[in-house]
Design a protein. Structure first.
Length: 85
């Protein structure tokens, strides 16, 4: 799990995440609702490859807000918040 939380991840790394890794990543960064849906529907990282994430997450069952979608997309692209000063 440690590696999925580290900066320097790429979208290609994201697409390799298992259902559990994706769930833990999203939970860790407070995207609980999206994490639970991904777990319940068994979506792994590869599920989000080659799709319009914006459109997908706006619709049911996700119904995510714009800020949640932005955060998801940033995590997908490898961004990890800096928690150290």
């Amino acid at each position: 799990m440690e590696s999925i939380l580290c900066p320097g991840q790429t979208s290609e790394d994201f697409y390799k995440y298992s259902v559990i890794e994706l769930y833990r990543l999203l939970k860790h960064f407070n995207l609980h609702d999206i994490a639970n849906i991904c777990y319940d529907y068994r979506y792994d990282g590869k599920y989000f490859a080659n799709v319009d994430v914006q459109e997908l997450l706006q619709d049911q069952p996700f119904s995510a807000s714009n800020i949640q979608i932005l955060k998801f997309k940033k995590l997908q692209d490898g961004w990890r918040p800096s928690t150290y000063t």
